[in-house]
Write a protein that binds this ligand. Structure first.
Ligand code: B1H
Length: 831
């Protein structure tokens, strides 16, 4: 094997083996890492060895930039964003880091010269599934944009040992298995044992007067754990900025309790060790919280206290007084999951730093800003008082004090409206009593935002209406965005090249430049290349579908895609009603001329959400019947992709022709998949919900397939005694579809299997599928008509991409920086 022992100039041009960017430097670094880190030589190296060797090669170059970033920040002492989130879904790192560093090509060549295919190493990486869906993925897009915009920022969270479960489909059903993502090790993370903090829980508080006669509080916990930092570098695109994702892992307070050990309590010590680690053991796999889960509250407190203590450590190094904490840090609460931070910062300032209440409250109220991500009442977090009291007794005292001072203000402001104080209170007094985390977040934050225009508006009118009336100046909108680096450049290289050729570079970090495409929308030669790009991604997805499901799909058919968490409000079953409608049409009229379609579904259900699991069963049951029916062969195909993930999404978004964004209007706060599809030239069929509204405004109504009731009509329909039966009786096609499901046709004659679903639709239909059915079917017919005209379709597709610029997370982050965080870019020079 090639051997070298000079670590300073392997390329012969003064480049270091740890940092050089040429093909030769990368080749030598790869071999060096393979040999000295993995202990292997090429001939016997496994795929894992090669993947790791390359990961370490990339990581060395990342660390180089990281060190420069830390130096720069130390000297400049800039105002810093801290993002607190219980979830992150960053996706695989290798491809993006290569791309952001601009060394994809030399790396590909270096590996090629060794007979290794870069794509196979990229495909091998397992992603950290440390989130449920949109909320966690948004946090990851924000990290990418913060680094790219050169904003000093740290993203804090939990290093779950097991992320979101792996979804298998067995006999058409979702089966959950554990996600052991750390099994083979994670080359991207750096453990920092010196950076660790105590985490107290339980016990009681003691109030006393100190020697100076001052009132003090001591929290005597029942137990103490430790949180240890595990860091992952986050590189921006085409810049040297490397920010930090700092995740906390729970450990026992002392690695092993040697005191107990000496007293002979060996098993006790080991058990404590094991019990401590359970705090960061597993991600809760629900996209709405489970009320009263002790471990979940513990996780929230755990990562929040570690993160705040970490900020205070950094703050100390600046020499600034603690009263100016909020000038150094601005802390964003990603939903209410970290909202306990409001009480925890107060506790640290009062009990550890001995600030008086008013000063501590001033600092706290100027530190936090809160993003709400949902209006669904079942997703608003609240904790039973007894549970809260038993885990966080000091925090509860502080919350009572915050609340009492706040309610005094409220009563003064509205002296003749006693109900209002009740409604605004942090404590929900209806028995059993609860702590409302959204109220704590609103009271403790200087800014509150929703994630799309419609959502922010509805927030002010519904769940946060009383807070809006109290403090209108706190409320803002920050429409979500997604990163074009991962979701265009990396996942759709063909599109990337075509855009570079047409527009030159620059659009990757200034997505509004895509407007330049409008001039080419009707150019037949450009249109032809556009179609080739799409065609190539459709073929690639067909290959993946074959691998994952053993089903062959046809790239000439229209790919009609819905990938997202499975939820009744997202209405995957409305999509099914359409599929069965088409099926019935063909069965009635076998010669029917329709546009051939491939329906692709993907997404996980919360393990305890029975109706969502039943929807997955129905998708698979319909797929089974449709796919084996010769009468519809070549015209209809249905696929359920198991275990949808960021990685799988990168195959799916670029290949879609139609993107289904069909939630009941008013229910989807924003959606972000809608943006990823549109950026890749898929057309949207959707309701006026979440960010769909703004996407349609920007791409143009004529380039968007709109259907369904709007949010106002939805509330009116539900308020005025909605009767789904009337719709069923009035529409023969709808009746046929529902009857077919009820008949057991998709369950080998078993009428009972899907009965709960049918019953719910006919009796309640809380998400208004039947009310929207006719309009949805008519709209899908228009989709087919448009697809028959390739010039028209391609023009619409090009215009979608041309006008999607607003939905880059760079725009979103620039707005947060300007309107909420008040932070400036700090460019980093390489040392
Ligand atoms: C969103 C969640 C969520 N909203 C509770 N709320 C969770 C709530 O584990 N929990 O308890 C986890 C997640 N996730 C999503 O956020 C919205 O539904 C989307 O519409 C939105 O695009 C996304 C990002 O803002």
């Amino acid at each position: 094997m090639t051997k070298h022992n000079n670590t300073t100039k392997p390329g012969g041009n003064g480049e270091s083996i740890r940092t050089g960017m040429s093909e030769e430097a990368i080749r030598l670094a790869f071999l060096d890492n393979l040999f000295y880190v993995q202990g292997r030589f090429l001939e016997v190296a496994s795929l894992d060895d090669k993947y790791k060797a390359l990961a370490y090669t990339v990581r060395d170059r990342l660390l180089h930039r990281w060190v420069s970033t830390i130096r720069t920040y130390q000297q400049a002492n800039p105002r810093t964003v801290c993002y607190l989130s219980a979830e992150y879904l960053p996706g695989p790192f290798m491809g993006l880091n290569l791309l952001n560093m601009g060394i994809e090509e030399p790396t590909r060549k270096a590996l090629q010269s060794l007979g290794i295919d870069l794509e196979s190493l990229i495909a091998y990486e397992q992603e950290p599934g440390l989130g449920n869906g949109g909320l966690g993925r948004l946090a990851a897009c924000f990290m990418d944009s913060l680094a790219t915009l050169q904003i000093p920022a740290t993203s804090y969270g939990i290093r779950y040992e097991f992320g979101i479960f792996q979804q298998d489909i067995r006999n058409g059903e979702q089966v959950e298995t554990t996600d052991n993502w750390l099994h083979y090790g994670n080359p991207w993370e750096v453990r920092r044992p010196q950076i660790s903090y105590d985490v107290k829980i339980g016990g009681h508080t003691e109030h006393y007067t100190n020697e100076q006669g001052l009132h003090r509080v001591r929290w005597v916990p029942h137990e103490t754990f430790r949180g240890v930092a595990i860091d992952t570098p986050i590189l921006g695109h085409d810049v040297n900025t490397v920010n930090l994702m700092r995740l906390w892992r729970a450990e026992a307070a002392e690695a092993l309790d040697f005191h107990a050990f000496n007293e002979g309590d060996y098993y006790g010590a080991v058990l404590r060790e094991v019990r401590s680690e359970t705090i960061s053991k597993v991600l809760y796999p629900n996209d709405a919280p489970e009320i009263g889960k002790r471990l979940r509250l513990l996780q929230q407190h755990f990562f929040v206290t570690c993160s705040l203590q970490d900020m205070m450590r950094v703050h100390r190094t600046t020499g600034m007084p603690i009263e100016r904490f909020h000038e150094k840090f601005t802390v964003q609460l990603n939903d209410t999951h970290p909202a306990i931070a409001v009480a925890e910062l107060m506790r640290l300032l009062l009990d550890n730093h001995h600030l008086d209440w008013d000063t501590a409250w001033h600092v706290t109220r100027h530190t936090f800003a809160y993003t709400n991500h949902t209006l669904l009442p079942e997703a608003l977090e609240k904790w039973p008082i007894p549970l809260f009291q038993s885990l966080l007794p000091r925090h509860l005292e502080i919350i009572y004090e915050i609340n009492s001072r706040f309610l005094d203000e409220v009563r003064q402001r509205y002296p003749f409206d006693p109900d209002r104080a009740q409604r605004l209170s942090i404590i929900d007094e209806t028995l059993p009593r609860h702590v409302r985390m959204a109220h704590l977040a609103c009271i403790g934050s200087f800014a509150i935002n929703g994630v799309a225009e419609l959502h922010s508006q509805l927030l002010k009118e519904t769940v946060l209406r009383d807070f809006y009336e109290l403090w209108p100046e706190k409320f803002q909108n920050k429409t979500n965005g997604v990163t074009p680096r991962r979701f265009m450049l990396l996942s759709n290289p063909g599109l990337g090249s075509l855009l570079n050729e047409t527009l030159g570079h620059g659009w990757e970090t200034d997505l509004e430049q895509l407007r330049g495409l409008e001039a080419h929308a009707d150019d037949p030669a450009f249109q032809e290349r556009w179609r080739q790009v799409k065609r190539q991604r459709k073929e690639a997805l067909a290959g993946e579908v074959h691998k994952l499901c053993g089903i062959d799909i046809t790239p000439t058919s229209l790919y009609d895609v819905q990938v997202k968490r499975i939820h009744e409000y997202k209405r995957q079953h409305l999509n099914l009603l359409h599929i069965i409608t088409l099926y019935n049409r063909i069965k009635r009229n076998p010669a029917l001329d329709i546009v051939p379609r491939t329906f692709i579904f993907g997404g996980k259900s919360a393990p305890g959400y029975a109706m969502a699991k039943l929807i997955i069963r129905l998708i698979n049951a319909v797929a089974e019947m449709v796919n084996r029916d010769r009468d519809v062969a070549g015209r209809l195909k249905v696929v359920f992709l198991p275990n949808f993930s960021v990685k799988l999404g990168q195959w799916v978004y670029p290949a879609a022709d139609i993107s289904q964004q069909i939630s009941t209007a008013g229910k989807e706060a924003s959606g972000t998949g809608n943006m990823k599809f549109s950026m890749n030239g898929a057309l949207t069929i959707g309701t006026l919900d979440g960010a769909n509204v703004e996407i349609r405004e920007d791409v143009g109504a004529e380039n968007f397939f709109l259907f369904g009731l709007d949010a106002d009509a939805v509330s009116h329909t539900l308020a005025n005694g909605y009767r789904p039966w009337d719709y069923y009786n009035a529409n023969q096609e709808l009746k046929d579809v529902i009857d077919l499901i009820a008949s057991g046709f998709f369950a080998h004659g078993d009428r009972s299997l899907f009965q709960p679903l049918v019953d719910h639709l006919l009796q309640h239909d809380s998400y208004l599928l039947l009310a929207d059915y006719a309009d949805y079917i008519a709209c899908q017919d228009q989709v087919s008509a448009a697809y028959r005209d390739p010039q028209r379709w391609t023009r619409m597709s090009i215009l979608n991409v041309a006008r999607i610029g607003k939905f880059s997370s760079d725009r979103t982050i620039a707005e947060y920086c300007r309107d909420i965080w008040k932070v400036q870019p700090v460019p980093v020079k390489l040392d």
